[in-house]
Design a binder for this molecule. Structure first.
Ligand code: AMP
Length: 573
């Protein structure tokens, strides 16, 4: 496929916000691509060159792209920069200068050039990036130029998620959604959407039933539901359940496997993925070293890492553990905030897929795999069918300063990518007021008045996810410390956009001073959820307070409207 043809699809996608239409356009595009191209096309429509967990970074800021555009079309940098100031969109600026002729580059050619550019490192790499990309741009038609300039700068946001791509793959095969759940099941086990697309294109969806976990490729994590009481838990989860403490740190999916080195020796490789499936291995060399001591050929573990005070050995609150999520200053951080990894599940061992096994059996395998190692521990657990014992355990964990408990179904398989009653979380807040904190997206900000002029932001609008949309549930003007207001001001400045993002639904009476693009997630605790005629979610939060900035979450992982409705109903039980 020529890139110019691909660009016409991108244009169609850009013009619509209807999920159905987007699915049809994508299905049509995927149908037309060859087996060789489909994985690349899938990455490129999402503005990437590979799944995000591989972490290919273009390192091209908007400023550098302005230089590239200037060079490609023989313009002065100042002129291009002025245009950008006026238009606010690099793609449109570059398109305006484009020569308009199509040199015939294919999708694969463009992919290859972008790939080489992203890999440029070391002395002179910036100049090489400029030359390479400028050459590419000057050889393409204007529409292609519009989209190519947006990709390396992270501006190709066409408003759909991986889930829409999965739908489109089903439509590609059958013209309807009937294969979606089979495709999603495979995606849950191996989160490389390009690889899945290629397998479907090459061999049809029947190959997907054999998709197995693969060390090095993340598995979508299992998620927990909420229930208001120990009695309800026994009713829903099972007459006997497993109770584990809930540590409030980072989710860590730890992959261990052997790689052949150049001289044919085997080397142990460790990769750690966050709950978002970002590759966080480089941040936690202490965990990497510790888990290398586990005597296993290959394995995938699920666990939670939490920081503790090196002197007292006491576990620290999330805000402290969060300091370990950093790119620089790692050796000092290891000393000041050592981490302990609590492993609570094993998903794969030495070539065997353990996902379908009952939890109790996976636990036995876990216990026969991991023995005493500094910095790593199997999470403690108890089996009970008694509501009082559950309550007592929760009280005990809370008294230890932990976040609460997870109650798990004894015979459940590991439900990759699913939230369900196989896991139920019970936190301090459960049973009183709103049962859980709510992860909201910051959608816009208002400037401060009175005392808060100095902080910049004085109120902000937050919302929850409903399908592809974000619907408002609160305008928050209190419940933040001075420091949190300043932090919010700093962060929101980078996110301000002049028009309301297409995925937002906001009542006209709530339009903020400035919109912020979907990026910043905050954890909110509220006293009550009430019905609201003005918030587009239909529900509002009373007495909201900001608990945390949830850096590890992206907008796709905010609380959903369905979950918020669940919390609302729970209040009434
Ligand atoms: P939440 O983020 O509030 O939905 O709670 C679920 C999270 O709790 C998981 O994503 C894990 O990061 C964390 N967690 C802590 N302890 C456990 C445990 N014993 N089992 C499962 N998840 C746990």
């Amino acid at each position: 496929m020529k890139f110019s043809e691909f660009a016409t699809y991108l244009e169609k996608l850009e013009k619509t916000s209807s999920r159905n239409e987007i699915t049809q356009i994508l299905a049509d595009l995927f149908k037309k691509t060859s087996q060789k191209e489909i994985d690349k096309v899938v990455y490129l429509v999402s503005g990437q060159l590979a799944p995000s967990y591989i972490g290919i970074d273009f390192n091209i800021a908007e400023k550098l792209m302005l230089r590239i555009i200037a060079k490609a079309f023989g313009q002065k940098l100042e002129t291009v920069a002025d245009q950008f100031k006026k238009m606010g969109d690099l793609g449109i600026v570059a398109e305006g200068y484009a020569y308009g002729k199509d040199g015939g580059a294919s999708v694969l050619d463009v992919y290859q050039t972008l790939f080489e550019m992203a890999g440029q490192e070391g002395g002179g790499s910036q100049e090489r990036k400029i030359t390479q990309t400028a050459e590419l741009l000057s050889s393409l038609d204007s529409l292609s130029v519009r989209f190519i300039t947006r990709i390396p700068t992270g501006n190709l946001r066409l408003g759909f998620s991986d889930m829409t791509i999965l739908d489109a793959l089903s439509y590609m095969e059958t013209g309807d959604k009937s294969l979606r759940s089979r495709i999603e099941a495979a995606f849950n086990v191996t989160v490389d959407i390009g690889k899945i697309a290629k397998a479907v294109k090459q061999k049809g969806t029947f190959v997907l039933k054999d998709v197995l976990p693969e060390p090095g490729t993340p598995i979508r994590p299992s998620l927990a539901e909420r229930l208001p009481s120990a009695e309800k838990i026994l009713e829903k989860v099972g007459s006997k359940v497993i109770v584990e403490p809930k540590y409030d740190g980072f989710r860590a999916q730890v992959h261990i496997y052997k790689l052949k080195t150049q001289n044919s020796k085997l080397k142990t490789e460790v990769v750690i993925f966050s709950r978002n499936l970002e590759n966080t291995t480089n941040m936690f060399p202490d965990i990497v070293e510790a888990v290398k001591k586990i005597k296993v050929g290959s394995a995938i573990f699920d666990g939670e890492a939490i920081a503790y005070d090196a002197k007292s050995g006491k576990f620290l609150p999330f805000q402290e553990t969060a300091q370990r999520k950093r790119k620089y200053g790692i050796p000092e951080a290891i000393k000041n905030l050592p981490l302990k990894l609590f492993i609570f599940d094993i998903l794969y061992k030495d070539g065997k897929n353990l996902l379908p096994l009952p939890f109790s059996e996976r636990r036995k395998i876990l216990e026969s795999t991991v023995f005493k190692i500094d910095g790593v521990e199997i999470i403690r657990q108890e089996v009970t069918g008694d509501a009082k014992v559950i309550r007592d355990l929760i009280q005990k964990y809370l008294a230890e300063g932990l976040e609460g408990a997870l109650i798990k179904k004894i015979d459940a398989p590991y439900k990759a990518g699913a939230r369900g009653y196989h896991w139920v979380k019970y936190k301090k807040t459960t049973g009183a007021g709103v049962a859980d904190t709510i992860d909201c997206l910051v959608m816009g900000v208002n400037r401060g008045k009175g005392k808060r002029v100095g902080f910049g932001v004085g109120a902000f609008l937050v919302g929850v996810k409903d399908g592809n949309k974000f619907k408002t549930t609160s305008k928050i003007g209190t419940g933040l410390t001075d420091e949190q207001w300043r932090e919010l001001d700093k962060r929101s400045k980078y996110l301000e956009v002049s028009n309301m993002p297409g995925e937002y639904e906001v009542d006209k009476n709530l339009v903020p001073d400035a919109w912020t693009k979907p990026s910043l997630v905050v954890e909110i605790l509220a006293d009550e959820i009430t019905v609201s005629p003005i918030h587009t979610a239909g529900l509002a939060l009373r007495f909201p307070r900001l608990i945390n900035f949830r850096n590890e979450k992206n907008p796709d992982q905010t609380t959903t409207l369905r979950e918020l409705e669940g919390l609302f109903k729970m209040q009434k039980i």
